[in-house]
Design a protein around this ligand. Structure first.
Ligand SMILES: NC(=O)c1ccc[n+]([C@@H]2O[C@H](COP(=O)([O-])OP(=O)(O)OC[C@H]3O[C@@H](n4cnc5c(N)ncnc54)[C@H](O)[C@@H]3O)[C@@H](O)[C@H]2O)c1
Length: 272
């Protein structure tokens, strides 16, 4: 009897993490963290569209997912151009017939200070990292509201949103904007069952190697300031995204989950 009850409870837990019959769009899904999210989402049963400026790499991810027998679709497009995002959703809806999950992952980073950041670079970062999240989310909620069965939006943020560093002026500012955008949209969309959350990774490695954009001194400094003493793995970010997209997270909205080994918890004591 006890065994049977346990089985029932376990079955329920597993049902939650199933994304069967759902359809998601992952921006920036052609590489790094976004690629990992797209693959895991397909693995959990969802149909997945990958929207990326790098169509060749997006198509390669589509092929990879195809091998897992899930429906997938690579779509070329720039998240900062509303017309292109609109076309992407049209293509996705004509193929999958629905949109349940949006993951805003596309972003670009910089290593510039205020003095070395040009107005053009500032606008490029804000357009991709912040305006892109606005455009993709606005069009997604229009579709989700029309469908009438809620939805889940997950924004990939960064520990940089809360932890300033020299060389991250535009990037950190854009990601801090994404945090506030996440909370504001969560308030607006709660009454319609559309949940909006964010995941904030620390320095993340992918493709079975070290993050190609990180220098060894940057990695060392990051690891030293991380209580769990290492960088993140892209799959750890993807796992949290899939949880937030799933029914297991159905009472979570307006939340920012740090997947950072404790990096954002605070500064710890200087070692002797
Ligand atoms: N990797 C890390 O250490 C780390 C840490 C914290 C947060 N993040 C965040 O995670 C996300 C993914 O980072 P990553 O390191 O995997 O990056 P990445 O550079 O490997 O992937 C980003 C993808 O976005 C695409 N892209 C860029 N601009 C675009 C645009 N305008 N329209 C559509 N697609 C565009 C790129 O072609 C690329 O495929 C980003 O939001 C980043 O800020 C990454």
């Amino acid at each position: 009897m006890f065994g049977t009850m346990c089985e029932v409870r376990l079955t329920k837990v597993h049902e939650g993490l199933n994304l069967k019959d759902k359809a998601g769009l992952v921006t920036g899904g052609a590489s790094g963290i976004g690629r990992e999210i797209a693959i895991l989402m397909a693995h959990k049963g969802a149909s997945v569209a990958i929207l990326d400026v790098d169509f060749a790499r997006a198509a390669a991810v589509e092929k990879e997912i195809g091998n897992q027998t899930k429906q997938s679709l690579a779509i070329p497009g720039d998240v900062s151009i509303a017309g292109q995002v609109e076309m992407a959703y049209k293509t996705m809806l004509s193929e999958f017939g629905r949109l349940d999950i949006l993951v805003n992952c596309a972003a670009i980073g910089t290593n510039e200070t205020t003095l070395t950041t040009t107005e053009y670079l500032w606008e490029t970062i804000m357009s991709t990292n912040l305006k892109g999240v606005f455009i993709c989310s606005k069009l997604a909620v229009e579709i989700m509201l029309n469908q009438g069965h809620g939805g889940s939006i997950i924004n990939i943020c960064s520990t940089a949103a809360n932890n300033a560093r020299v060389g991250g002026i535009a990037y950190s500012t854009s990601k801090a904007g994404v945090v506030q955008f996440t909370k504001s949209l969560a308030l607006e969309m709660g009454p319609y069952g559309i949940r909006v959350n964010a995941v904030s990774p620390s320095l993340t490695d992918f493709d079975h190697g070290q993050n190609p954009k990180s220098t060894s001194s940057y990695r060392k400094a990051f690891i030293e300031q991380t209580p769990l003493g290492r960088t993140a793995q892209a799959v750890e970010i993807a796992n949290t995204v899939i949880f937030l997209a799933s029914e297991d997270a159905k009472f979570i909205t307006g939340e920012v989950i740090h997947v950072d080994g404790g990096y954002s918890a605070g500064k710890f004591t200087v070692k002797d």
